[in-house]
Design a protein around this ligand. Structure first.
Ligand SMILES: Cc1cc2nc3c(=O)[nH]c(=O)nc-3n(C[C@H](O)[C@H](O)[C@H](O)COP(=O)(O)O)c2cc1C
Length: 309
């Protein structure tokens, strides 16, 4: 059975995964701790914590809170910074055959370019995931991903500075994800990740305060799955590059829902807080389903649930 997928079929540098199950950015750090307990080589790809130019300490605690069917986080991009990632983490990734993808996040257009340039040609780095679900400090806090023109600017800046394949991770905080998806694909993105967390709030009645120190955070987990599913379905209807699904994937069946909506691969995030082994279990469940159903390649069911005109 062939579960392999290529996330950059239109690029000179391929991003080939042995199966479509990836970790979601920010939910398994840089994969190094995970690798002490589990065999990372059995996954499709690892995605790093959101990485910025300089190290960040992140937001004050509490930074996560459980909600019905999900969680809200406001970590504030705590990370070691791109230079430490290159020096300390990339050499470990280089010893693995599983592709490691660096999730990058800039406050300005220029920072995206600098991050892309810094990571270009670094052994161990197989690709980038460009998080555009973050405020552009030069444009009064509007997220790059909420405006097709700003999103295209980021894509061009990244493309100018790297030969690596890159995914662009879209925000669900838009009325319709299609214009941004289409613009980003036309600008040359090799794949899309759809979609990030949804802005949310929880109140702690006992303390009469917001549950998170930063007040607001991003909702993830099963609560967002139907929203992410719709976004994947819509994005896949306007682009011909791979769409990678993210949002509430807890089981092989969830992964299949996204694949049938048109996704090429899936990312597992919040599920790992409940079950650190979730990505491996999902690979097993997908494999078992294919065997039972006599499906030789996931291409045979990809997009199966899409409306046929
Ligand atoms: C604790 C936590 C930290 C996250 N950090 C990042 C990040 O640094 N960069 C990013 O693009 N997404 C980040 N995300 C979003 C996830 O990668 C994922 O897109 C989102 O949580 C939806 O998927 P899930 O429901 O499987 O978690 C984070 C999510 C969580 C829960």
């Amino acid at each position: 059975m062939d579960l392999s997928v290529n996330l950059a079929p239109h690029h000179k540098v391929e991003l080939r995964l042995r199966n479509p199950v990836m970790t979601g950015s920010g939910t398994s750090s840089n994969g190094v701790e995970l690798a002490k307990h589990y065999d990372v080589e059995q996954l499709g790809a690892l995605v790093s914590k959101g990485t910025t130019l300089r190290p960040r300490r992140g937001n004050p605690t509490p930074r996560t809170v459980e909600t019905p069917a999900g969680m809200i986080n406001s970590i504030g991009f705590q990370n070691i910074g791109v230079n430490a990632l290159i020096q300390q983490v990339a050499p470990i990734w280089e010893q693995w055959t599983v592709p490691a993808i660096v999730n990058i996040m800039g406050d300005t257009l220029e920072e995206y370019g600098l991050l892309a340039a810094r990571l270009d040609g670094i052994p161990g780095v197989a690709g980038l995931e460009v998080n555009i679900s973050c405020p552009n400090v030069e444009v009064g806090g509007l997220e790059f991903g909420q405006d097709p023109e700003l999103a295209v600017d980021v894509v061009r800046e990244v493309a100018r500075n790297t030969s690596l394949p890159y995914l662009v991770k879209l925000t669900p905080s838009v009325a319709d994800i299609r214009p941004v998806a289409e613009a980003v694909a036309l600008a040359g993105a090799h794949a899309l990740t759809v979609s990030n967390t949804i802005p949310a709030l929880a109140i702690d009645v006992k303390r009469r305060r917001p549950a998170l120190a930063n007040v607001f955070g991003g909702l993830s987990g099963p609560a967002v799955k139907p929203i992410a599913l719709r976004n994947v379905y819509l994005a896949a209807s306007v682009v011909d590059i791979p769409v990678v699904a993210s949002g509430g994937i807890m089981s092989g069946e969830d992964a299949l829902e996204f694949i049938m909506a048109g996704a090429t691969a899936v990312q597992v995030g919040t599920a790992t807080f409940l079950d650190p082994e979730a990505p491996w279990r999902i690979v097993r469940e997908l494999t078992a389903w294919c065997e039972t159903e006599g499906v030789a390649r996931l291409d045979d069911v990809r997009g199966a649930a899409r409306r046929r005109d």
